[in-house]
Write a new protein. Structure first.
Length: 359
């Protein structure tokens, strides 16, 4: 089974790139898997933590119950070995680090003339004001795109070089984990469309000792004890446009959103979730976990009906209503006023003042 491609259990992938997940070469020993979008999971325990949004202790408990045919209880947990990190392959890690540096060095800031295609793409998504600078988001004018091999022994095929937005995904500890790539049509009219249906969003390889589960991409420096997070880069840019001044982070998938580890200095988290079953479940899971830690969290969903849309995210709402009309929506204004009150009541006056300036 080593290296075999299979369906990613993330429901968002079922129609677009369901077979984007594969087992690691050492799967028989570790149970590890990797998805092009969701990230790398070095062990089977990491896979279960990601898939179900469980903590490490909960995962060990469930494994124990399964092994022992139990429905519950913490019997014999001591008999299960603690999770072991996959040994870092120095050669692969160095190769990954060099490639990340190369791509980043070849990219440019979004406000440069070279990045016109990147700005055009975002404007076509309704994000006219990028509120630059964003030091950890850049544009690459011609990044290689490799399609997956047809079989496990084959080599990836170079489909061409295309413009791409690239941004840093940091680990939960704040280290640079990898880069996310969003490949674009040459004119910026949309995401790259390939004949084989290949995914336009791809994470780059990373070092084995820098898992991105629990981490995120920061569109702004986390300078306040308050932050907001959403799933997907375009959603993050939309939220950042709607609520200016609150540091914004992005999770690259709804499962990574559910597993986000809130930084120690953050005491209030606003979670802008997608309006569908999976989006609500993952956002609520993160909200519950943050509150269990004794910190404050609130979920906000785009509870609108948009023709032709069954799943609605915040970029959909932004494109449908436009910035000013969306800000006039009673639901949106009620949210802002409620958030302002919660921030003031929690003592976060600077953040509350920024919200007040919008509301």
């Amino acid at each position: 089974m080593n290296g075999k491609h299979t369906w990613c259990p993330n429901p968002a992938h079922q129609q677009r790139h369901g077979d984007a997940m594969r087992t690691l070469r050492n799967f028989d020993e570790t149970g590890g898997m990797v998805c092009n979008t969701c990230g790398n999971f070095p062990t089977g325990i990491n896979v279960l933590m990601w898939l179900y949004g469980w903590s490490y202790g909960k995962t060990i408990h469930e494994i124990d119950c399964h092994i022992n045919g139990m429905q519950g209880g913490y019997r014999a947990i001591q008999s299960i070995a603690p999770v072991q990190r996959v040994a870092d392959d120095p050669v692969k890690s160095e190769r990954a680090a060099q490639k990340l540096k190369q791509v980043w060095d070849q990219s440019v800031a979004l406000d440069t003339p070279t990045a016109l295609v990147g700005r055009t793409y975002l404007q076509n998504r309704g994000i006219a004001d990028l509120k630059l600078p964003m030091p950890e988001v850049r544009f690459h004018p011609g990044l290689e795109y490799y399609s997956k091999p047809e079989d496990k022994d084959g080599k990836p095929k170079l489909e061409g070089r295309f413009p791409a937005i690239v941004y840093i995904i940091r680990t939960a500890e704040g280290l640079v984990g990898t880069l996310q790539r969003i490949y674009l049509q040459p004119d910026g009219s949309g995401k790259l469309q390939l004949p084989d249906g290949g995914d336009a969003k791809k994470m780059m390889p990373r070092r084995a000792d820098r898992p991105v589960t629990g981490g995120s991409a920061w569109l702004d420096a986390p300078s306040l004890p308050v932050m907001q997070i959403t799933e997907g880069f375009e959603n993050g840019m939309s939220v950042r446009l709607l609520v200016d001044g609150i540091p914004t982070a992005v999770a690259s998938s709804d499962t990574l959103l559910a597993n986000f580890r809130i930084p120690e200095h953050i005491h209030f988290l606003a979670i802008w979730g997608d309006w569908d079953q999976a989006g609500v479940e993952h956002a609520r899971a993160l909200e519950a976990r943050v509150r269990e830690q004794g910190r404050r969290a609130v979920c906000i969903f785009p509870q609108y009906e948009i023709p032709g849309k069954h799943k609605i995210d915040w970029n959909d709402a932004l494109q449908y209503f436009g910035v000013e009309q969306l800000r006039r929506q009673s639901f949106y204004r009620a949210y802002l006023n409620g958030l302002k009150e919660k921030l003031s009541g929690a003592g976060f006056m600077q953040a509350a003042e920024r919200i007040g300036n919008i509301a």
